[in-house]
Ligand binder design. Sequence first.
Ligand SMILES: O=C(O)CCC(=O)C(=O)O
Length: 279
Amino acid sequence: MGSGQDAALAAGRNTFMVTDTDQIRRAFSQDGFVILRNVYGLSMIEEIESLVSDTARSWNLARGKPTAGGDVYDDLAFLEKNDPDAFYKLGTFIGTSVAGLRLAMSPKIIDAISLVSETPATRLFCNNPTMFYNDPKVPRLQYRWHQESTYQTDYRHALHTWSPLFRDIGLKDGPMLVKRGAMAQTFPYKYEKRNRGFTQLLIEDEDIKQFETVPCVLNRGDAVLFQHRLVHCTGQNRSGRARINMIVRYFDALAESVFEPVLVYHSRVAHLNSKEAKN
Ligand SMILES: O=C(O)CCC(=O)C(=O)O
């Protein structure tokens, strides 16, 4: 990657308003992702942000943290350090709230998903929106290069949205990185699991070096929409504060021969963890 300006331009090439339907269709099918402006009203974003802050503060109180003076970054850092299981639950379960579901059902994002997947909205299902946290002090929660399709093997077709919470995400904030156009094949991957860390099904740099890396820089209210096989990872956060975002995964129910909708998808890699744990 060249300068910061080059990086911002690279993201800009894939950034559209939801009404730019022809450009969205073209960029999505060529590159595997688009960045969509203003798909969520700010009040929707504020609702889920309040829920995250209030939940973290109240759970911390029960764990002995005084409420005064902290902001959401302090509160999340405290919860993550003192009770990693509770932190994980918070990230997963706020998505089943009305605020989470309202975000997932935002008409503009649903229209865009229908457009690129050529699937009527009535056939779409989604998992609960989930919070992601990129803090350089917590590398166990950072993903290396991977494809969603190698984790979520029970869905052949899925689409994923990624959107900032609490502040806009610039180059220094550790945006998600995507590999432009790296979605036509399944790349070889290696299983890695550290204590309490995410399971990594990591793709080596060497195997994807021909693809351009694009940092997804975007504002609150915008979303990245990406394909199931697009290679992506967590970018390096040099901002001094955690980067927080929501992810929602959408499926076409009728494209699968056996489909069981689950609001909270617990077993993202259960098949792999149980298999590898025996080795
Ligand atoms: O937010 C990130 O840094 C990475 C997100 C990701 O890997 C995912 O959606 O699977």
